[in-house]
Design a protein around this ligand. Sequence first.
Ligand code: ADP
Length: 548
Amino acid sequence: MAALMGQMMQMPLMISSLIVHAARHHGDIEIVSKRAEGDIHRTNWHDTELRSRKLAQALARLGCKSGDRVATLAWNGYRHLEIYYGSSGSQLVCHTINPRLFPEQIAWIANDAADKVLCFDLTFVPLLEKLAPVLTSVEKFVLMTDRAHMPASTGIPNLLCYEDLVNAENGDYMWPEFDENTASTICYTSGTTGHPKGAVYSHRSTLLHAYASALPDSMGCSAKDVILPVVPMFHVNAWGLPYSVPLVGAKFVFPGPHLDGKSLYELFEAEKVTFSAGVPTVWLGLINYAQQNDLKFSTFKRTVIGGSACPPTMMRTLEGRFGVEVIHAWGMTEMSPIGTLCKLKASHEKLDSEARHRLVEKQGRVVYGVDMMILDDDETPLPWDGKAFGNLVVRGPWIIENYFKSRTSPLVRVNGQDWFPTGDVATIDEDGYMQITDRSKDVIKSGGEWISSIELENIAMAHPAVHEAAAISCKHPKWGERPLLVVVKKPDVQATAVDLLGFFEGRIAKWQIPDDVVFVSEIPHTATGKIQKLKLRERFKEYRLPTA
Ligand code: ADP
């Protein structure tokens, strides 16, 4: 028997509808940007929607056709936002590239995506002078500035001025409606192993992700908020904020390239920022600056921290000293990126402060739309008891089915369903709170038992002398691998390896305590601010542990 069909409108979920909504209902709400040019720029949702339409006209005039890729090498700012909407909204594909990657990687990514137009900030003129000759598909280079800031001469062919392009159009343009499964955006993973891989998002996946991420138990965005994404718009679309902020009609504040503690603090205060998001490394800078200068935040209330494990000490400092709620979140490029966020349930209100802390330090529970499981090596689901740990797999409408241009599916089939293997190892407790133990390739295997490098790092970070710490595996003749702790010390605090190792006593099982500590001046980071464990392991490949 034929099913009775619903009789609701088939209105495709279009990215352009977000900015139309913001312009119509929150038109006068500000968008403030600290520009690469150095000054502060102010606009609002009304004007941003109009300029995005003009940009869509300009891109069409440059010859862009449905599906063509428009790439960006740009900081967080209003022009970058216009490109998000002007490209995706007119059925082009926005491709944000991480400018912190090596130039060869940038070229590889732009060529792989076959970018047709490349828009970039003033900061990147020297980079583009070097790269332009090897970018095989790019036909037009657009410098995201006005005529007055255009350099007199560059080695970049066909260089166009962004403001000239936008100002030449009249904005008489209707956002088109088309299949919501059309590609809207491409992001590449940072490719710590092998070449980066492209995740291709659709209008539908982006809108569903935007709805879910704005919910009170997710990022909890509201029209009353002032939102400053420290996370770059080239790092998985600033975790979706360029979509969820217009969805709710909040004020948007962009820091541009000015990401040091002092610049951020001043912008937070001047623009009365209430909510932010970023990776742990940027918070280190902001917290240090505020602490050293004995400053408080007057409006800042909540922040999402993710991308790598947020050290518990950082959470406790933000909450205890600054009154800022930390929402620990986990996700990945392949997941648009949000998977879990750590918000408490009503039943947790009665927990004592220590138990509450331990809970919010986890990566949290899934938002509706994401489903997760942990599997053992035979792909059998493991119990949710907070103890069993295994390979974390996920599924949902904003999680990739395949990588761009790939012919082999990354998915695994369990109980008749397809799941995406995250490469993370995790536990899940009875309440569904997930905690990442490690990336599977970073796990330390000592005599057949696993030691969580994140747990060791979290303990080390609580020591007053430690600025940053990384735990890696080191070869050991008896145990196979043993943990080695690599530490960057704070400048004015004294501590020896013995002090640090003593600090682990009573905080973790004896056999999990690192065998040694080495002090270094710097720990290498990836282009998205994660510790480069692979590089550290290579550096300490021949290191002889005192226990060996
Ligand atoms: P990249 O930044 O390297 O391009 P992603 O941002 O997609 O890649 O990285 C995703 C990975 O980052 C996850 O698989 C996980 O290992 C790690 N990660 C993200 N958030 C957290 C978190 N809150 N705690 C621990 N690890 C995290």
